[in-house]
Design a protein around this ligand. Structure first.
Ligand SMILES: NC(=O)C1=CN([C@@H]2O[C@H](COP(=O)(O)OP(=O)(O)OC[C@H]3O[C@@H](n4cnc5c(N)ncnc54)[C@H](O)[C@@H]3O)[C@@H](O)[C@H]2O)C=CC1
Ligand SMILES: CCCCCC(=O)/C=C/C=C\C/C=C\C/C=C\CCCC(=O)O
Length: 294
């Protein structure tokens, strides 16, 4: 059976399930060996739902093993059970942790490496909108990405004996321009872009062997969108909810699978480092940043 993401796979593949017969299982095994990310180990934060779930699934579909990190234990267990059924229990590892805790995140990275024997792909995706509790928003969206990037480099950079690899930090279109109803969210996403670009240059100059890219999607069809009109998360900007709704209508809402296909481009295109890929309804394009003469 060809999966729903087959148009973004580098080769089509056959689904593996315990009920399939010997020859089909053998074919499944052989095609898995030929897949683009076969033998690669990935780690995704905020994997239990939404975009993180989509990123994890496309990595699995392309042959990687994936550590699923999320603060939501219940949601994580439901997803792990579904992935076990589809891809087999050995392909994923569920780790309940918050990106706000250095200790918990460090432990999750170590468990991933101990279980799967290395690390090649990291997606720092966990994020929230909360203009009411803005310190928490900074703590998860920006500090969590910094923490995840530093831990990823510790395990992946060649000078530490790592295999090199790629980090994708999830920003937003609000990392490139203002989302007026969410100034703190906007600041954190701009922060992710600035931090990731500087780290990409550092990685290149220091020859870490690790590419660092940013994904900047427009509105996507996940439960995060309820934050646009919720008193709890919009805080003092709730009076602008009409403007936010209008923006959403104008930009449109992306399917998770479309964002995931573009995430895969950043993972597999080895020519890309320090690049921000914007994903909008009209298509995806790499951002041209102003050139600094130095
Ligand atoms: N949905 C959208 O319109 C867009 C989302 N993004 C970004 O994509 C990323 C994912 O967002 P969505 O999937 O839309 O949201 P979502 O709310 O559907 O999923 C976020 C996931 O992150 C987890 N999470 C939250 N706090 C965490 C923490 N402290 N530690 C570990 N996990 C945590 C949640 O439990 C949840 O599973 C975020 O960084 C968001 O800013 C970017 C552009 C557009
Ligand atoms: C509060 C809900 C958060 C929704 C998640 C999210 O990140 C959505 C972002 C969607 C739209 C982008 C916001 C601002 C865009 C402003 C300018 C973009 C300019 C990009 C460019 O063309 O240069």
């Amino acid at each position: 059976m060809i999966c729903t993401y087959s148009r973004c796979l580098l080769i089509p593949f056959v689904k593996c399930s315990s009920s399939v017969s010997g020859p089909v299982r053998l074919l499944s095994y052989l095609t898995t060996l030929m897949m683009a990310l076969h033998g690669k180990v990935a780690l995704v934060t905020g994997a239990a739902q939404g975009l993180g779930k989509g990123f994890s699934e496309i990595l699995l579909q392309n042959g990687a093993k994936v550590a699923l990190l999320d603060v939501n234990e219940k949601g994580g267990k439901v997803l792990k059970a579904a992935f076990d059924k589809e891809y087999g229990p050995d392909r994923t590892l569920l780790l309940t942790c918050t990106v706000e805790s250095e200790e918990q995140l460090k432990d999750a990275f170590q468990k991933t490496v101990d279980t799967f024997g290395g690390l090649d792909i990291v997606c720092n995706n966990a994020g929230i909108v909360n203009e009411n509790n803005w310190e928490k928003c900074v703590s998860i969206n920006l500090n969590g990405v910094v923490r995840g990037t530093y831990l990823a480099l510790q395990h992946m950079k060649k000078e530490n004996g790592g295999r090199g690899g790629v980090i994708v930090n999830v920003s937003s279109l609000a990392g490139l321009g203002p989302l007026l109803t969410a100034p703190i969210y906007t600041a954190t996403k701009h922060g992710v872009v600035g931090f990731s670009r500087a780290m990409a240059d550092a990685s290149s100059v220091c020859d870490y062997g690790v590419r660092i890219n940013m994904l900047c999607p427009s509105f996507a069809d996940t439960s995060l969108l309820t934050c646009l009109t919720s008193d709890e998360t919009a805080g003092q900007f709730i009076s602008l909810r009409g403007v936010a709704e209008k923006m959403k209508d104008q930009f449109g809402v992306l399917e998770v699978s479309v964002v995931a296909e573009n995430f895969l481009k950043l993972v597999t295109d080895e020519s890309r480092n320090g690049e921000a890929l914007m994903v909008q309804m009209q298509g995806a394009s790499y951002v041209t940043f102003p050139k600094m003469s130095a």
